[in-house]
Design a protein around this ligand. Structure first.
Ligand code: AHR
Length: 314
């Protein structure tokens, strides 16, 4: 009986995108933490869409620790949620807790980052961008802008995180295949946050100063920090050192408009509608594709000026 009720509720959610206030689905959302503007936008989107749809959202901030996220999932299971949205900090280490969710017939939708598991039935679908393609797009732009010759420093995201692994790989593979004159002279994690980007860039500038032509940052927040470090070192970001990154958050976009940054590949964090739809479909027993791909735009300075900051949604 309970199952039938959930199925009806889930179908209503899927078709109408919302419920009457007295027919609430309870869904848990385990977020990585608050590492930057992008993630804050994602959290705000999930909370807003849950409120619009009349979903009872159990939110947990993992404070950048996988163990906190695992605890949160266990607590969602204990609270008998009907679905779980997981934005996983890293790719590995999820199997045991996802087996527990599966044993309780709770669908788990992966939001914005993918995981590595031997049993793909442990999650419903991964909703997010193609991080390898993002890295390739950045490499293609850098190759063209520098006539295929440049020394690059790379600010990587959190160690073990899907986007950090794939953005590094996509970029490295593309330059190996097309631009032998592009050299990655230094590469280090700045943990996807502004302070990390600034600190690592300061170290790069100290050790390699005049040799650096390009900084490739795995996200905009680290690029914002790197730009501060470049300016503090008396150099002009966007000119003396080209700055390229991924995300398209307001501050990154503003840096493009101000000429301090040169190219951004967008990575859209507003995925909540797709995530709640996926849970609703899983609850009624549908099998979803393992990857719900998010398509994104890319902006150089001219494209950013055409688009206009007022049109940025995050
Ligand atoms: O998983 C997506 C990445 O994680 C975003 O690019 C980054 O800003 C975030 O923290």
């Amino acid at each position: 009986m309970k199952k039938v009720l959930f199925a009806v509720l889930a179908l209503a959610l899927l078709v109408t995108g919302g419920f009457a206030q007295d027919k609430k689905l309870t869904i848990g959302f385990s977020q990585v933490g608050e590492e930057g503007a992008w993630r804050d936008a994602e959290t705000a989107d999930v909370k807003a869409v849950a409120a619009e749809r009349g979903i009872d959202l159990k939110f947990s901030d993992g404070q950048e620790k996988q163990e906190n996220q695992i605890k949160a999932i266990r607590s969602f299971i204990a609270q008998k949620v009907q679905g779980i949205i997981l934005a996983p900090i890293v790719e590995t280490g999820w199997e045991p807790v996802l087996k527990e969710a599966k044993a309780h017939h709770i669908p788990v939708v992966l939001l914005d980052r993918n995981i590595k598991v031997s049993d793909p039935t442990l999650y419903t679908t991964f909703i997010g961008s193609d991080f390898i393609k993002e890295g390739k797009r950045v490499a293609d732009w850098v190759g063209k802008a520098t006539n295929g010759k440049a020394n690059i420093v790379e600010l990587q995201g959190t160690v073990g995180a899907g986007p950090a692994i794939d953005r590094q790989k996509g970029f490295a593979d593309e330059i190996a295949a097309k631009f032998p004159g592009l050299k990655i002279i230094k590469s280090q994690s700045g943990d996807f946050n502004r302070a990390g980007g600034k600190q690592v860039m300061e170290a790069f500038l100290k050790s390699d100063g005049d040799n650096i032509n390009v900084v490739y940052s795995h996200n905009d927040d680290m690029a914002v920090g790197a730009i501060q470090a470049i300016e503090a070192a008396g150099k002009v970001p966007g000119k003396d050192i080209l700055v390229v990154s991924i995300d398209g958050v307001h501050d990154g976009f503003q840096n493009l408009l101000d000429g301090k940054e040169n190219y951004i590949v967008e990575c859209n964090p507003l995925l909540a509608n797709k995530a709640f739809d996926a849970i609703a479909r899983a609850v009624i027993g549908e099998t979803l594709p393992k990857w719900t791909v998010q398509d994104d735009a890319a902006f150089d300075q001219a494209a950013a000026a055409d688009f206009g900051i007022a049109n940025r949604k995050y």
